[in-house]
Every structure is written in C-alpha cells, then in structure tokens.
Design a protein around this ligand. Structure first.
Ligand code: 5GP
Length: 115
C-alpha cells in the first residue's frame, strides 16, 4: 500500500495528540472531532483497509485494536455511558485515509442510522 499521513504520525514526523501506544497500536485524537471524545486507533503495520485483512495472520491486530479501544474508553471516561466504534471501508464506506483505523466516538448520545 502507498504511505499515508498516518505513517508519518506513527514515525512521529508530524505531531498528533497521542493517547495510547504499544508495540502494535497507536491512538491519537482526531484532528476534526465529531464528538467530545474522538480518537483514531490504528495498527502500526501498514494495512490499507478492512478488505486487506487476512483472518489468521492479522488476528492479533484485531485483538489489539479492540483491547486498545477498551483501555482508551476507560481512560477517557466514556466506558460507563457507552461509546461507538466505527471502521469506514472504501469509497462507499466513507474512508478518506487509506490506513486501517478505528474511530472511537463518545461523550454524547450517538444517533442511528449514520449519515
Ligand atoms: P476516515 O474518513 O478515513 O474514516 O477517517 C479519517 C479521519 O482522519 C478523519 O476523521 C480525519 O479528521 C482524520 N485525520 C485526517 N488527517 C489527520 C491528521 O493529520 N491528524 C489527525 N489527528 N487526524 C487526521
């Protein structure tokens, strides 16, 4: 896959408000937040989108994404009232950055259906 702005954030070449980091995952506040809490959780490995995931090989990454989401939701005090996790995939999914990322949105009541 071709590199995106998220690769530069992973390498700390451009600034981001990082809220979580481990060997596999980086999470930082969205630059254009859609909720009081809006964090992007990304694998450090360059995977462009959901359809690039290969079940068995990438299982650990999926576990790490959800584990990070739980930890961040707890740290940012949205775990009790609830929050939303969103992964946009491709054009119709509204994906703008071609590096797999999970949005964690919280701090307000979410509505359904999404736009
Ligand atoms: P997508 O539409 O691809 O699911 O979401 C991409 C998200 O990345 C958007 O919510 C957008 O605001 C965010 N974003 C794009 N560029 C940057 C950046 O340079 N820094 C940060 N922190 N967020 C970004």
């Amino acid at each position: 896959m071709s590199e995106t702005i998220f690769s530069k954030i992973i390498r700390k070449e451009i600034p981001a408000d990082i809220v979580f980091e481990n060997e596999f995952i980086l999470a930082f506040k969205d630059i254009n937040p859609k909720a009081p809490v809006h964090v992007l959780i990304i694998p450090k490995e360059e995977i462009s989108t959901v359809t690039e995931l290969n079940g068995k090989e990438d299982a650990e990454i999926l576990v790490q994404l959800f584990a990070a989401a739980n930890e961040i939701a707890n740290a940012m005090n949205v775990d009790k009232d609830g929050f939303r996790l969103v992964i946009n995939c491709g054009k119709n999914g509204g994906q703008e950055v071609n590096h797999l990322h999970m949005h964690l949105l919280g701090g307000r009541q979410m509505t359904w259906p999404p736009g």
